[in-house]
Structures are given as C-alpha cells and as structure tokens.
Design a protein around this ligand. Structure first.
Ligand code: PGA
Length: 258
C-alpha cells in the first residue's frame, strides 16, 4: 500500500470516446457512487467535453484533467490547445507523453519536457506517462527505456519545480490489451522508477512522488495492484468509461496481509 504522504490517485483517461451527453452522464453516475475520503479522483475527457464536464464537477471532489497540451501559451498553432486554455476550461491536471501520443503523433522525450514545463507554468499537475513496448521488455531493455524517458522528459527541472509531478508507469503491451502487468512486474517497475527519480532529484522527492500504474486496470485486478508498496494509484482507460467499473476501481480495497 502506498505511503501515507502519497494519497492514492485514480485517474480515468477517456481517450477519444464519448459525446457531450455521454460525458455528462458518466460523471453524474460517478458522483452518485463516490467512495469515502482518502483517495483522489480525476477524469480526463476529450477537449470538446472539458467545459461541460467542469460545470457538472464544480464543487465536487472529482478533479478534471486533459489528455495533452501544447507548450506555447498562444499563437498560430492550428489544432493545438494551451495550458492556459485548459486551466480556463476547469482543468487542474494534464496527461503528458501517453504512449499513444508517442506512437501515433511523434511525441518525443524532448517535446514531453516542453509540455511538462508548460503544464507547470499554467499551474496544472503534469501526469507524465512512461513505459516500454513488448519488444523492449522481451529484449531486456525495460529499465533503460524507463530511465531514458524519465531523464529526457524531466531534463532541466529541479525538485521544487516538480513538486506536483505525477508519474504513470504504463507498459505499452498492457494498454487496451486486457493483458495487465502482474503485481510483481508493476512493483518492480515502480520501485525502479522511484530509485531513478531519487538519483535524479533526491531521496526526499522520490519518497513523495506518486507513481500510478496504467494498462488494463479493471475492477478485478485493482486491489492486488494497489496492495504493492510503490503503486500509488491507477491511470485507467477502457474501464473508466463504465461508471460501475470505475467506481469499483476508486473503491479499491487492500487485501489483508497473510
Ligand atoms: P487501458 O488504458 O486501461 O484501456 O489499458 C490505459 C491508458 O492508456 O491510460
């Protein structure tokens, strides 16, 4: 189980799903089924639904996030959205460097670092996604990939600047495949990430940073994953689109230790 200074964060990444009506229905259903305190909940709808969802979430404990942002504040960047605009739409966090952006939209560690800086400047919590492909795992390159993504994505930052940072470990082979990392695989990767962050930014920083697991998190595997000491939450895709499933994920329970 996560340390007391790291409040569990359960985040739903809706990707390119749901229209306005469906978005509002989903958050309304979630609000009816909110669990006890002690955990933070966030949803990340597509850009088009941010303002309507923000209206519904006003005054509630569910926080709003976006799925990407551009690094410039404004200008002639057709099709892009800035951190200030996300803040204005009601967001308090933003997902950065998701593997689908790296895979399909040319995201690199260098552009990830620019987006992290822009998010922090706009006062948004950056949720930095990293993770290895199946090929990288099978050829024993997982640790090297994670280290490169952390060093590249966080290049030039100091620990105080990154005080709000959240990292999401999302093995690419587990995203949308129904193939979840085992608890042990997740814990090993999370511990490696924490140790790498300790080397980069100091022990104190690493002890406080939240590391989420993402990749086919479901109601039936969340309890096991969350029982690992370095798993501080989950970034959930498919299962966050069903209110009952996401509500159950938010209500994860840590099985008693044998
Ligand atoms: P999934 O997606 O839960 O559908 O595997 C996770 C993610 O991409 O964040």
């Amino acid at each position: 189980m996560t340390q007391p200074n790291r409040k569990p964060l359960l985040a739903g990444n809706w990707k390119m799903h749901l229209d306005l009506k469906g978005s509002v229905e989903l958050v309304r259903a979630l609000l009816k089924d909110l669990p006890a305190d002690g955990r933070e909940v966030l949803v990340a709808p597509p850009f088009t639904a941010l303002s309507v969802v923000a209206e519904v979430l006003k005054g509630t404990p569910i926080r709003l996030g976006a799925q990407n942002l551009h690094w410039e504040e404004k200008g002639a960047f057709t099709g892009e959205v800035s951190g200030g605009q996300l803040k204005d739409a009601g967001c308090s966090a933003v997902i950065i460097g998701h593997s689908e952006r790296r895979q399909f939209f040319g995201e690199t560690d260098a552009t990830v670092a620019k987006r992290v800086r822009a998010a922090l400047k706009a006062g948004l919590v950056p949720i930095l996604c990293i993770g290895e492909t199946l090929d990288e795992r099978e050829s024993q390159r997982t640790w090297r990939v994670l280290e490169t993504q952390l060093q590249g994505g966080l290049e030039g930052f100091t620990a105080p600047e990154l005080a709000t940072l959240v990292v999401a470990y999302e093995p690419v082979w587990a995203i949308g495949t129904g193939k979840t990392a085992t608890q042990g695989q997740a814990q090993d990767a999370h511990l490696f990430i924490r140790k790498t962050l300790a080397k980069m930014l100091g022990e104190g920083f690493a002890a406080g940073v939240r590391i989420l697991y993402g990749g086919s998190v479901k109601p039936d595997n969340v309890d096991g994953l969350m029982s690992e000491p370095d798993v501080d939450g989950a970034l959930v895709g498919g299962a966050s689109l069903k209110a009952a499933d996401f509500a159950r994920i938010i209500k994860f329970q840590i099985p008693a230790r044998r």
